[in-house]
Design a protein. Structure first.
Lengths: 340, 112, 602
């Protein structure tokens, strides 16, 4: 018996989930947003400004929130168990409710690499070492004891990315542009500070990203040093001392900094892996969920009725995420049409 | 006849004529050496670097570019402490790489 | 008793005589060779020990306890212990009692080599005496003991799990020949003695069997083939013995006195090393113990196979096995004979020829010596690895400050490696150069204590550096002493459960097990891992292995973690920066250095 008004469980109410839910509602379906945090918006809601146009993140989130205001959203709720049925899925949530749906959309997003695992960088040991997330939060709230009129700031690229020892050999795609964006923002905040970016490679592939790089060099005088930081030490006065090799020069380089920002990479959300296995969807060897085809069907899984949108299948930029969310909604629409 | 004026040899590396017998033998014995991205973590963390400029990255690059004397000079300062192996993001067993290289003569044969 | 045959001879004893003479001759030559191969000083020391009463007593006691009773094996596994001691001790008693019988009844035949072994063939019982009955009872009793051991041995070869061994050694062809010969000796002896029991006398085992046989075979001459078979079995066993693992029987009897005299491995293929290789009984206890054997493919790198390859001279395999080893020392800890796996492998690594020889002569340590000159007090050498785990250095210096200890850092900006990684890689002369350089700095400081937070450094400073007047101490021991003296007062929180991981270099390497535990117990509740102390499982991150890749170590680390978390601790505590980073990568709960724990509690 075909359901006239199919229900879709959207796991995660970050920008992928919100945008997909909006599209699905516009198409006439009943999506249900399940979000484990007490608020929607996911990671983007915690950010300050977005590249390449420095759009305030709040604008993007508020627009999405307004458009999804009427959609059934369960906040502070996680999935206790999820099972595949003959014609759909049955979910049991942590607040006790039970949900029957005809399709599942994974919009579970990513998790930030735990920078404390790279002990040699001293996150959690030295006061002056923070992560990209901490810095972005400071841009929003201006409340962080560790950031006090720095005269020298360093950014370390690829923390937890492209690193076999950290358990993640993938490039996290967006950290390079984020690092340059944050470096520019620091310079705007503290114009007299010296800012250094320590990189292995600079990956600036997107629209207007290279212009950002040129701006960082020409207008802000940010120093780019090609060398991976190997050790961070502490000076007597509490400042941090960074050691790297300036590979373009072939000589070791050392600098004392007031603030060191670690660009923590993107890894898959472990909860997503857990739910994926319960519905029979496999996890790829890079840890992210496996799409049916990485070129032609990235929003579809190998199982009927299970779809993906956003960072759950790999690191994504915001426009890519929103595009995938719309695409997934369309996939779901066609899926239901075929079943009629 | 030599009047004492000489054109200095070009400092450019001519990849057509470079002798990389040692490098070829090295990657046979330690294939992971091929995956080096030259990030410089090993150089930065090297215990012997302050006195010798030792760097596994430079050793690998030097072998590829035929700079054998420099490579030998650097290799003879390695203390085998193992820090480079600990930090390499590509997971190369740099200690084994160094020990293997120390056993090869200039032609790339293992010394017996 | 009277003799049955006037010339006290029968051709069937010839195989036995051949075997006996061969094996005795071989062992004598081998023993002389091994002693001659020792370096002069060691040889002198050993020969002197043979006439020193203290050592004579120690040797007799150790040979009895280890070669005959196999005390160490009993402690490990009672079934295996019984199996080996029943065979060894039982056979020994049969030989002793055989000689006793000859001395008692036919003393004029005592110089006939084979007489005690084949006693029951050559004699006929004339009267039943008490001592005769007792002796025959004992002979049957020990024969039964040996036979029960043989039965267990047969079971072990086919179903090793029943006797508690997960994996056992793969045998070579000659080993098999020796094994089957050994298995057959005693059943054949039982058969042979049973056939003649109605003439020579017997006891509870041989008499009933004799009665059964006489129902089928009336002619006494039928007994002869069984005695031939017995003699041939003995001959085969003794002739193959020097080429099989059974060489461990005579070899261990020489190994124990040498080890007691303090002889150590010097040359990788001669002298003491050769003796250890031949003493290996190929029992396979090291296979289960080796941390690498978590992955089945790695079983081929265990010490038992190294010994086999050393005997065969297979250079390629010797190099492979020697380079792969983590040098954790667990095989030595469980070895029944005490074959020193890591030392053998390091000795093999020293044989390697190199085209390039490192030299550190050009390093000027004057600036470093000047920076610590005259400092006195405690000199803290953080070490190479500690730079990659800065939390350890921070916590250690913080604790030193809290205890009011005067300290100086030896390698603040830069430092030389302690030298142990070079020694482990088989380049001790180069390590010597580094040691001399470091000594300059230590002596310049005038310190009275050298503090280490890394057990790899600690071990080399203790064993290889001539530092008279300077106390070399590991930070876990130092802090435990400060706690005991009341200079550090950790606030105990019994809700925190700690498990202490014994690092290979600190525990098995230096014998430090209790002090770190005492220090931890002052901070919280201490629980134990499944296997600990001398049997703790290596974290898998050891520098000892030259060829193990990063991904291959993961299974070992996971196995070690599973062992550590059996009592469900809230955090794992260790005393080595290498263990800290290795465990920290995969553990599901916090991994901390002992200095960090104590610092957060003080």
């Amino acid at each position: 018996m075909v359901n006239r008004n199919p229900v879709i469980a959207v796991i995660g109410a970050g920008i992928a989930g919100l945008e997909a839910a909006r599209q699905l509602a516009d198409l006439g379906y009943s999506p249900v947003l399940i979000e484990k945090e007490p608020a929607v918006g996911g990671h983007v809601a915690q950010w300050n400004r977005l590249f390449p146009d420095m759009t305030p993140a709040a604008e993007v989130i508020d627009a999405l929130k307004k458009q999804t205001a009427k959609i059934r959203t369960l906040l502070g709720t996680e999935i206790a168990s999820i099972n595949r049925l003959k014609d759909g899925f049955s979910l049991v949530l942590t607040d006790g409710t039970s949900l029957l749906c005809q399709a599942v959309l994974f919009a579970t997003g990513f998790q930030l690499f735990n920078a404390a695992k790279k002990e040699e960088y001293g996150y959690g040991i030295y006061d002056r070492v923070i992560t990209n997330r901490d810095l972005e939060a400071w841009f929003n709230t201006r409340k962080d004891m560790r950031i006090k009129q720095p005269e020298a700031v360093g950014f370390v690229h690829c923390v937890g990315s492209r690193d076999l020892k950290a358990g993640n050999t993938q490039c996290s795609k967006v950290c390079c542009i984020t690092a340059i964006k944050q470096a520019i923002e620091i310079k705007e905040e503290f114009p007299d500070a010296e800012v250094y970016c320590f990189y292995m490679d600079l990956r600036l592939f997107g629209k207007k990203y290279e212009d950002f790089y040129i701006k960082a060099q020409r207008d802000y005088g940010i120093h780019f040093i090609r060398g991976r930081v190997s050790e961070v030490g502490e000076a007597i006065d509490g400042r941090v001392v960074v050691k790297a090799e300036d590979t373009l020069n072939g000589k070791p380089v050392k600098v004392t900094l007031d603030l060191l920002v670690l660009m923590a990479g993107i890894v898959c959300n472990p909860d997503a892996q857990h739910y994926a296995r319960q519905v029979g969807v496999s996890v790829d060897d890079d840890g992210f969920l496996k799409s049916r085809d990485n070129i032609a069907a990235i929003t579809e899984s190998s199982r009927p009725g299970v779809f993906f949108a956003g960072a759950c299948t790999g690191a994504k930029t915001i426009p890519e995420t929103l595009a995938e969310a719309r695409s997934a909604a369309l996939n779901i629409h066609h899926y239901f049409n075929k079943r009629k | 006849m030599d009047f004492g004026f000489k054109r200095s040899p070009s400092s450019a590396v001519n990849l057509d004529t470079v002798d990389h017998a040692r490098y070829d033998r090295l990657v046979q014995l330690e294939p992971d050496a091929l995956t080096c991205i030259g990030c410089g973590s090993c150089s930065a963390t090297c215990t012997a670097a302050p006195w010798s400029g030792m760097s596994v990255r430079k050793v690998i690059l030097g072998l590829q570019r035929g700079r054998d004397d420099e490579v030998d000079r650097m290799l003879s300062r390695c203390m085998l402490c193992g820090k480079c192996t600990m930090v390499c993001p590509r997971g190369i067993n740099t200690r084994h790489l160094i020990l293997t290289l120390c056993r090869l003569d200039r032609k790339g044969e293992v010394v017996r | 008793m009277r003799e049955r045959f006037a010339d006290a001879f029968n051709p069937f004893v010839i195989p036995f005589l051949i075997g006996m003479l061969f094996v005795l001759g071989y062992c004598l030559v081998a023993m002389v060779r091994v002693v001659a191969q020792l370096p002069k000083a060691d040889r002198k020391r050993f020969l002197l020990s043979l006439i020193t009463p203290k050592y004579i007593w120690m040797n007799i006691r150790d040979i009895f306890l280890n070669c005959l009773i196999h005390v160490k094996l009993w402690k490990r596994n009672k079934v295996l212990g019984y199996m080996h001691s029943s065979i060894a001790f039982g056979w020994f008693m049969l030989i002793v009692l055989g000689h006793l019988e000859v001395m008692l009844f036919l003393p004029e035949r005592i110089h006939f080599f084979y007489y005690p072994i084949f006693f029951n063939f050559f004699v006929a019982e004339t009267e039943t005496t008490l001592e005769g009955a007792l002796l025959m009872f004992l002979m049957d009793f020990f024969l039964l003991m040996v036979l029960s051991g043989i039965v267990l041995a047969i079971i072990k070869r086919f179903a090793s799990r029943i006797v508690g061994m997960r994996r056992t050694t793969r045998l070579s062809l000659l080993d098999r020949v020796g094994l089957y010969a050994l298995w057959s000796i005693f059943p054949l002896r039982l058969l042979a003695e049973s056939f003649t029991a109605h003439i020579s006398g017997g006891s509870f085992l041989t008499i009933p069997m004799n009665w059964i046989f006489r129902q089928f075979l009336g002619n006494d001459l039928n007994a002869l083939p069984t005695w031939w078979a017995y003699s041939v079995a003995l001959c085969v066993f003794m002739c193959v013995l020097p080429f099989t693992r059974y060489m461990h029987i005579p070899a261990e009897m020489l190994l124990i006195p040498m080890r007691n005299a303090g002889i150590r491995i010097r040359h990788p293929r001669k002298g003491f090393a050769l003796l250890e290789v031949y003493s290996c009984p190929s029992c396979g206890v090291c296979i289960d113990a080796c941390p690498m054997s978590v992955r089945k493919v790695n079983c081929q790198y265990t010490t038992v196979y190294l010994n086999r390859q050393l005997r065969r001279g297979n250079e390629r395999r010797i190099e492979e096995i020697s380079d792969k080893c983590l040098l954790c020392g667990k095989c030595t800890a469980v070895c029944q004979v005490g074959v020193q796996g890591p030392e053998l492998r390091v000795a093999q690594r020293q044989r390697r020829k190199y085209a390039l020889t490192p030299s550190y002569a050009g390093i000027d340590v004057q600036p470093m010596a000047a920076s610590v000159a005259g400092a006195g007090g405690v000199l803290y050498f953080a070490g190479c690895m500690t730079r990659l785990t800065p939390s350890i250095r921070r916590a250690t210096t913080s604790l030193l400050d809290k205890a009011g200890v005067r300290w100086t850092l030896m390698d603040e900006e830069e430092g030389l490696c302690c030298g142990r990684p070079l020694i482990m890689a088989g380049r001790p002369e180069q390590a010597r150069e580094l040691i001399d350089k470091n000594l300059e700095i230590i002596r310049a400081s005038g310190c009275d204590t050298l503090l280490l937070s890394c057990p790899i450094c600690y071990r080399v400073f203790k064993e290889e550096y001539p530092l008279e007047g300077v106390r070399v101490v590991h930070h876990s021991v130092f802090f435990q002493e400060l706690i005991a003296a009341g200079r550090l007062r950790p606030a105990r929180n019994e809700k925190e459960k700690f498990v202490w991981h014994d690092p290979c270099e600190l525990g098995r390497g230096c014998g430090i097990y209790e002090q770190p535990r005492a220090a931890l117990a002052a901070a919280g509740e201490l629980v134990e891992a499944g296997r600990n102390r001398a049997e703790s499982i290596c974290c898998g991150g050891s520098l000892g292995s030259l060829t193990l890749g990063f991904e291959q170590r993961r299974a070992m680390t996971q196995n070690a973690l599973d062992n550590l978390t059996v009592s469900d601790p809230s955090s794992i505590v260790t005393g080595c920066p290498l263990c800290l980073s290795t465990f920290g990568r995969y553990a599901d709960r916090p991994v901390r250095d002992i200095a960090e724990i104590l610092d957060s509690h003080c």
